[in-house]
Design a protein around this ligand. Structure first.
Ligand code: ZN
Length: 475
């Protein structure tokens, strides 16, 4: 299967060619854990989860690495502001480590609700300070960074002639304007911090060859991606707001330190707008996932996000979600019934030909939409067609057709990360489960009263293996 990716580096669609046959090394910039997860996180990480899932469906072994920025990301993404974590920790009157951990936990809690697979490796910046220091040393040795009297280390942007190749910015264009103030120990305003000296009550700080300090924001991604994926890897993802300065700076650091191309494919997802305007804390239209999930099923939100191509913005409004909800509910109900009526039987569509022209076309269109730069809106259109055919097959009780439809549903669920199980069936299954557990528990009580401990303990151990709590009462 050929997969096409829009590569932000070349600004065109390219056929994906892995560095290692059958494997994908993928790095996606993770969250800065200083506040509750919001709709922007949902969009970005659902988009890259689908990329990962589709590669897995296509048979690749995907290593998906993500960082957790728990230090060094300064307010305004510049070198002059304060650390976002520190500022928020002071506001909430907690230890910055506690703050970062709290929001990291929240982050995973909400990503789980969106059915986003956990990264293969999730790495906190604070856990890799020695690696970061070593990386900075390498850049200094190569002559691309300088240490100042104040104990800061800066990357010399002017020495790296390719700087800005991703965002297509020329250094002259970046001058001032963008910056309110410029640290006075920089040689050039464009130079960016690799290491910042810890002044004024900074709690997260470490010893380094340049004094006590903490790493800059960009350096953690260069360090962690090399540590887990190597000097050159397949795919680097992030939001379009990461292109400059973050990703341009990552490229500069890594290509200087490693002397090799950093990444083969850069992918960037677009952002979220609310009623057509940019979403932002200061704009007062900021939507946290906590608020959103009180009103809507997280998988409906996932479904809504996938209606838009990852390179397009998701425009959010309560009205739009409510409209999509009807369509989504119908889909869930239909597909739930297909699962039930087909007894959840599945055929492997990769190795078996589909003996039904309409269904074969839907499946092929779905796969080719996904192979063409992960075109989820096109793929979803095929899912709606599938739902129509499902209605007919259910009405006429066509058992063979239902099995094929169920097999396509399974692919859709695996690739898009949706789960088509309606609440009615979910609660019926729950009731069945609890009746079954009561029965097993009665059998164990009987066995123990007959002193057949061997068999009762065997059942207990198996239940524990399945994650069932077993509490023995005295007989
Ligand atoms: Zn990054």
């Amino acid at each position: 299967m050929q997969i096409f990716i829009y590569n932000s580096l070349s600004r065109k669609k390219e056929i994906f060619k892995p560095i290692q046959e059958g494997r994908v090394g993928m790095y996606v910039c993770g969250p800065t854990v200083y506040g509750p997860p919001h709709l922007g996180h949902a969009k970005s990480y659902v988009n890259f989860d689908v990329v990962r899932r589709f590669f897995e469906y296509a048979g690749y072994n995907v290593k998906y690495v993500q960082n957790i920025t728990d230090v060094g990301h300064l307010v305004g993404d510049s070198d002059d502001g304060q650390d976002k974590i520190l500022v928020q920790a002071q506001k909430e009157n907690v230890d910055p480590y506690a703050l970062a951990y709290k929001y990291e936990t929240e982050y995973f809690y909400f990503m789980d609700k969106l059915n986003i697979k956990r990264p293969t490796i999730s790495a906190r910046a604070t856990g890799f300070i020695p690696d970061i220091i070593e990386f900075i040393q390498k850049i200094i040795e190569k002559g691309y960074a300088y240490v100042t009297k104040q104990g800061n280390v800066y990357f010399s942007v002017h020495k790296f002639s390719d700087y800005g190749k991703l965002s297509n910015r020329k250094i002259e264009n970046n001058l001032s304007g963008e910056r309110i103030s410029v640290a006075d120990d920089k040689e050039y305003p464009e130079d960016f911090a690799l290491w910042k000296s810890a002044v004024g009550g900074h709690i997260m700080k470490w010893n380094s060859p340049w004094g006590v300090g903490y790493p800059g924001w960009h350096i953690e991604c260069s360090t962690l991606s090399r540590k887990f994926l190597g000097e050159t890897f397949d795919i680097h993802g992030g939001g379009i707001d990461n292109i400059f300065p973050h990703h341009d700076s990552e490229i500069a650091q890594s290509e200087v330190a490693n002397g090799k191309p950093f990444v083969n494919y850069f992918m960037h997802n677009n952002l979220v707008t609310v009623n057509g305007t940019k979403m932002g804390k200061s704009l007062g239209n900021f939507i946290t996932l906590n608020d959103l999930f009180e009103k809507f099923d997280p998988l409906l939100i996932r479904y809504y996000i996938l209606q838009f191509h990852y390179r397009k913005p998701v425009d959010f409004s309560f009205n739009a979600i409510s409209k999509v909800k009807e369509q989504y509910d119908k889909l869930v109900e239909n597909f739930s019934q297909v699962k039930e009526k087909s007894l959840n039987k599945i055929i492997n569509l990769k190795s078996n030909k589909i003996n039904n022209d309409e269904l074969s076309e839907i499946y092929n269109n779905f796969i080719s939409a996904m192979s063409d730069d992960f075109n989820t809106p096109l793929a979803m259109a095929e899912v709606l067609k599938l739902s129509k055919l499902a209605s007919n097959a259910l009405k006429n009780n066509e058992s063979e057709t239902l099995i094929i439809i169920n097999s396509i549903i399974k692919v859709v669920e695996d690739v898009l990360g949706l789960e088509f199980v309606c609440d009615k069936i979910k609660s019926e299954n729950k009731t069945k489960d609890s009746e079954l557990l009561n029965l097993i528990s009665d059998i164990r009580t009987k066995l123990r009263s007959e002193k057949n401990y061997q068999l009762s303990d065997y059942i207990r151990d198996k239940l524990i293996e399945l994650g069932v709590d077993v509490l023995d009462k005295k007989i």
